[in-house]
Write a protein that binds this ligand. Sequence first.
Ligand SMILES: CC(C)(COP(=O)(O)OP(=O)(O)OC[C@H]1O[C@@H](n2cnc3c(N)ncnc32)[C@H](O)[C@@H]1OP(=O)(O)O)[C@@H](O)C(=O)NCCC(=O)NCCS
Length: 171
Amino acid sequence: MSVAPFRLALLDTKHDRAAFDSGSEPLNRYLREQVSQDIRRRVAACFVALAGENCIAGYYTLASTSLLLTKLPASIGKKLPRYPTVPAIRMGRLAVDQEFKGQGLGGALLADALDRSARSEIAAYALMVDAKDAVAAAFYQHHGFIALPDSPLALFLPLVTTQGLRMATSQ
Ligand SMILES: CC(C)(COP(=O)(O)OP(=O)(O)OC[C@H]1O[C@@H](n2cnc3c(N)ncnc32)[C@H](O)[C@@H]1OP(=O)(O)O)[C@@H](O)C(=O)NCCC(=O)NCCS
């Protein structure tokens, strides 16, 4: 997979949010109108892939969340401590501008979110996502995410998988 030279950064006021068009109006509107407030209130962090100086080619958001142990597949839940919930990180939104789709950027942003989550000193069991529809869910499944048995549009990937890979490569 070859990804064009994008630069990853925290969203900044100088980035051009108005020109971003993922083809999904709720995801465009969120970036234009809502995300700054969420950042100020510390309910989301927003990371962008920049093409050039200020052109946003893609973005994603991360925040803390928790997963009910009873919602996980039984085979996974039985290996976890018997607390009612397990800590997780939620990728609330992920979108790529239509001009940059199909070039590996969505996959690269997902990999960055997984790496960032696995590197955090604050423990989280998994990265979880709420897919907006079945097509988006297929994108996550393609990357190894597992759907919750009762909620097929809510998917998770245990971070221990990616952490193991990082430890192996850093030695
Ligand atoms: C979903 C989205 C982020 C994918 O971004 P993208 O940059 O076009 O995807 P990539 O080019 O990185 O694709 C990476 C891989 O995922 C695969 N893929 C892409 N979309 C897929 C889908 N819907 N189902 C299954 N696989 C998919 C690609 O074939 C590619 O596979 P490969 O690495 O084996 O070659 C983008 O299409 C988008 O912004 N959609 C609108 C918003 C959206 O649906 N967001 C999802 C969260 S709600």
